[in-house]
Design a protein around this ligand. Structure first.
Ligand code: COS
Length: 379
């Protein structure tokens, strides 16, 4: 076991940290207030290679390992979780899913643009009545011979409006239950595809989350990913990788809040000394630092196993479960350490606390992670 990062991994981490400080920090509070999508920032992220980090360079990707991805996600998420969710979905749900299971034509047509940020991708599984219970897809893709006819509604879709390419799960053969589901590539602008209302969210308010409506959308057969009925397996396998991304996002939210709280505790004085001299604050800092280290190790374990080609479903779920709880606990305590200043927007920690909550919900709730983990340990 080696706890050292390679020079390449450290360089990626430094580049992400630098980008977050210079490009994401300015305006992050205003974007959150106004629910403004970070269009320019995401464009630059694409140019710098943060949107297709792990994809093969032959599709314009960075060809990097999952460890580098975890390090970059943590640095970006420390500053701006609204930008890092765009990065996570594009990298680990859309690019990774397409690269692993798409045809060469699909990769040339879509993946080569998604890796550079020329186009942004979205992953569309959740529905008004199918969140955790993902096998109960109501969206239908009726087989019409040379195409599918897509009808239904998807909910809470990250990059809902900013995306150009959408991977949509839909039921073709209900009698086959989850084995009748297909994953289809939909392009913005297809007849019958309407982007619905933007959600007014508690956190990650700079990201755009929308419902999507499909009415008799004609989807060519060549837009199906994998074999007929492969869609649910595609979604589950892809989400396993996505969970490393969200775990790293949660880790970044936690470590960002911790760094702010640590700094503040050395500056703020109360009862005649810096508040970090009080044991009440020291114990909070100790808990934060311990949990963050544990969360980081779980993220890296899942990433290393992915890089080694091992099954990492359990480890990815453990990382997400623990890191998201750490994000909640750490941000709440960071606000507490800041006192009244923590409750106002200027000091960033209240935003990080609001951003933390979604990491326990999307890409599988904490309860779903416990299902995944317990099934693996009981195998
Ligand atoms: N990795 C790979 N395959 C998985 C998997 C995982 N983590 N979890 C389930 N599967 C597979 C199963 O192996 C099964 O396939 P086979 O029938 O070919 O063996 C199939 O998926 C259905 O699983 P199961 O029969 O266990 O279905 P259940 O309804 O009991 O449970 C859960 C499925 C709850 C695990 C699944 O619906 C799930 O993960 N839900 C959360 C979805 C989610 O993350 N939503 C967020 C939306 S994206 S923001």
């Amino acid at each position: 076991m080696n706890f050292e990062f390679t020079e390449e991994q450290l360089a990626v981490q430094a580049a992400a940290r630098d980008f977050a400080q210079t490009e994401l920090l300015p305006g992050v509070i205003e974007r959150d207030n106004k629910q403004e999508f970070p269009t320019e920032q995401i464009k630059k992220m694409g140019e710098l290679g943060f949107l297709g980090m792990m994809t093969d360079p032959k599709y314009n990707g960075g060809g990097m390992d999952a460890v580098s991805y975890v390090l970059a996600m943590e640095e970006i998420s420390k500053i701006d979780a609204s930008s890092s969710v765009v990065m996570s979905v594009n990298n680990s749900l859309v690019c990774a899913g397409l690269e692993k299971h798409g045809t060469e034509e699909q990769k040339q047509k879509y993946l080569t643009k998604l890796t550079t940020g020329e186009q942004i991708g979205a992953f569309c599984l959740s529905e008004p009545e199918a969140g955790s219970d993902a096998t109960s897809q109501r969206t239908t893709a009726v087989d019409m011979g040379d195409h599918y006819l897509l009808n239904g509604t998807k909910n809470w879709i990250t990059n809902g409006n900013s995306a150009s390419v959408y991977i949509v799960m839909a039921q073709t053969n209900p009698e086959k239950r989850h084995k009748g589901i297909n994953a289809l590539i939909i392009e913005k602008g297809m007849d019958g595809f309407v982007v619905g209302k933007k959600e007014d969210k508690l956190g990650i308010r700079g990201s755009d989350t929308h419902s999507l409506m499909f009415t008799d959308v004609k989807v060519p057969k060549e837009n199906r990913i994998g074999a007929e009925g492969f869609g649910f397996s595609f979604a589950m396998g892809t989400l396993n990788g996505g969970r490393i991304g969200i775990a790293s996002q949660a880790l970044g939210i936690a470590s960002g809040a911790y760094e702010l709280a640590l700094k503040y505790s050395k500056e703020r004085k109360a009862f005649g000394k810096e508040i970090c001299q009080h044991q009440a604050i020291q114990f909070k800092l100790a808990d934060m630092a311990t949990n963050i280290d544990a969360a980081r190790l779980l993220c890296l374990q899942a990433a290393v196993m992915k890089d080694q080609g091992k099954d990492f479903a359990k480890e990815g779920a453990m990382a997400k479960l623990f890191a998201s709880q750490t994000a909640m606990d750490t941000t709440v305590e960071a606000v507490q350490i800041h006192g009244g200043y923590g409750f106002v927007k200027e000091y960033h920690v209240e935003r990080l606390m609001r951003d933390a909550k979604i990491t326990q919900i999307y890409e599988g709730t904490s309860e779903i992670q416990k299902i995944v983990i317990s099934r693996e340990v009981l195998k």
